[in-house]
Write a protein of this length. Structure first.
Length: 363
C-alpha cells in the first residue's frame, strides 16, 4: 500500500485539520492548535519509494476497475479504520470515505513533485457558501435548481496545482501613428489636416508569478477568472495546510502545455503594455509585432479554490471561488422559461416606450 500521512492530535489522538480562521492545525475534539508544519517529518513528500509503492499497489488492486483504469489509480490504507482508499494518480489529499479522517498522500510529492509552496485557504467553507448564495442571486436566468442551494453543503475546498511562472517579456512593434491637425472649411468642403508618423518601439517587461494551471481537471478559463492570487501569501509547503481539504498534484504530461500557456500570457502582457503606452497620437495602426520570452523560471505551488458543482441537463456546471480572496466565477445555464419571459418583458417595455413617444410627438 502507498503511504498516507494523518495528522493525529498529540493531546487526545483525534484527527486534526487545518483551521482557516487561525491558520493552524486544530483538533476538533480538544481544541489543541499547532503550526501547520508542526507534525511534518523529513520523510513526508521526499521518499521516492512512496511513489514506487503507489505504482505497485495500483497494479495489485483489482476491484471492479478495468486494466486501463488501474493504471491511473492508487490504493491507500487508512491508518485509523484500515479501509482501502482508492484514488486517481494525481490525488494528493482527501478524506477516508469510511471514517472521515483527513489524509495526505505523501507519495504524490515524491521524486521531485513536492510543491515549492502553498497559499493557504483564507476563505472558510461558510464564507464560500455565502459568496455562492450572493452570486446566484444575481443570475436571474439560472434554473431554480441552482437557487435552491440544496447541495450547498457539498461545496469542496481543493488545492489546485499551478506553476507560478516568471521571466522577462520583450515586445517590438511597428506601424503608423496619426495626429489630427487643424480643421477648416470653404464653401464646398470641410478639411482636416492629418499628420503621419512612423512607429517603431520595443519594451522589456519583467513578469512575475503568472499562474498557469497544471492539470486538466479544472477549467482554465474559470481559473483565470478568479485571479489574481496574492503570492505574498505563499508559504513553504507543509502537508498540514492540506488536512481537511482535497488536493491534486500536477500532471507530468501537462507541464509543456502549462508552460506554453504561461509564455503566451506573458507575451500578451508585454504587447498590451507596449501598445497602451502609445498615447501621443489620435490613432495608430500597428502592422507588425514580435514577442520573445526569456529568463524563464517557475515554482510548483498549490493554490486554494472552492468548487461548487451542480448537474443540469446531464451536464456538470461549476462555480469556483478563489479560496484566498473570495473572487467568484462560473458559467451557468439559462432557464428557457425565464429567458422567454425576459424577452417578452423587454418587448412589452420597448413597445410601451415607443407608444408613449408617439403620443408625445402628437402634441
Amino acid at each position: 500500500m502507498a503511504k498516507l500521512k494523518e495528522y493525529e492530535c498529540p493531546a487526545c489522538g483525534g484527527m486534526m485539520e487545518f483551521n482557516v480562521a487561525t491558520q493552524k492545525l486544530r483538533c476538533p475534539y480538544c481544541a489543541t492548535e499547532l503550526a501547520a508544519d508542526a507534525l511534518e517529518t523529513e520523510e513526508d513528500g521526499s521518499s521516492a519509494e512512496d511513489g514506487d509503492s503507489a505504482q505497485e499497489s495500483s497494479a495489485a488492486y483489482s476491484g471492479n476497475y478495468t486494466q486501463e483504469e488501474l493504471e491511473h489509480l492508487r490504493v491507500y490504507s487508512c491508518k485509523s479504520c484500515g479501509a482501502e482508499i482508492v484514488a486517481d494518480e494525481n490525488t494528493a489529499a482527501s478524506k477516508c470515505p469510511y471514517c472521515g479522517n483527513n489524509v495526505v498522500m505523501t507519495g504524490q510529492f515524491a521524486g521531485g513533485k513536492k510543491p515549492d509552496g502553498v497559499i493557504p485557504f483564507k476563505i472558510t467553507k461558510e464564507e464560500a457558501q455565502n459568496i455562492y448564495k450572493e452570486h446566484i442571486k444575481t443570475r436571474w436566468l439560472a434554473p431554480k435548481i441552482f437557487k435552491d442551494n440544496r447541495k450547498i453543503d457539498e461545496i469542496k475546498g481543493v488545492y489546485v496545482p499551478f506553476y507560478l511562472v516568471s521571466g522577462t517579456a520583450y515586445s517590438h512593434v511597428s506601424g503608423m501613428g496619426y495626429s489630427i491637425g487643424r480643421r477648416w472649411s470653404d464653401k464646398e468642403y470641410d478639411y482636416t489636416e492629418t499628420k503621419e508618423y512612423e512607429i517603431d518601439r520595443d519594451m522589456n517587461l519583467p513578469v512575475a508569478d503568472i499562474p498557469s494551471l497544471c492539470t486538466d481537471k479544472a477549467n482554465s478559463i474559470l481559473m483565470e477568472s478568479i485571479e489574481p492570487f496574492d503570492t505574498k501569501g505563499l508559504k513553504p509547503y507543509a502537508g498540514g495546510f492540506l488536512a481537511g481539504f482535497a488536493a491534486e498534484s500536477y500532471k507530468e504530461d501537462y507541464v509543456p502545455k502549462c508552460l506554453a500557456k504561461a509564455k503566451e500570457r506573458m507575451a500578451t502582457s508585454v504587447y498590451d503594455a507596449l501598445t497602451s503606452s502609445i498615447t501621443e497620437y489620435s490613432s495608430n495602426n500597428i502592422t507588425n509585432h514580435t514577442e520573445k520570452i526569456g529568463n524563464l523560471t517557475y515554482k510548483y505551488c498549490l493554490l486554494p479554490v472552492w468548487f461548487f458543482t451542480e448537474r443540469y441537463n446531464d451536464k456538470a456546471w461549476n462555480v469556483v471561488i478563489n479560496g484566498q480572496t473570495g473572487k467568484v466565477a462560473g458559467v451557468l445555464p439559462e432557464d428557457k422559461k425565464k429567458f422567454t419571459l425576459s424577452v417578452l418583458i423587454k418587448a412589452v417595455v420597448i413597445a410601451a416606450v415607443a407608444y408613449a413617444v408617439k403620443l408625445f410627438l402628437k402634441f
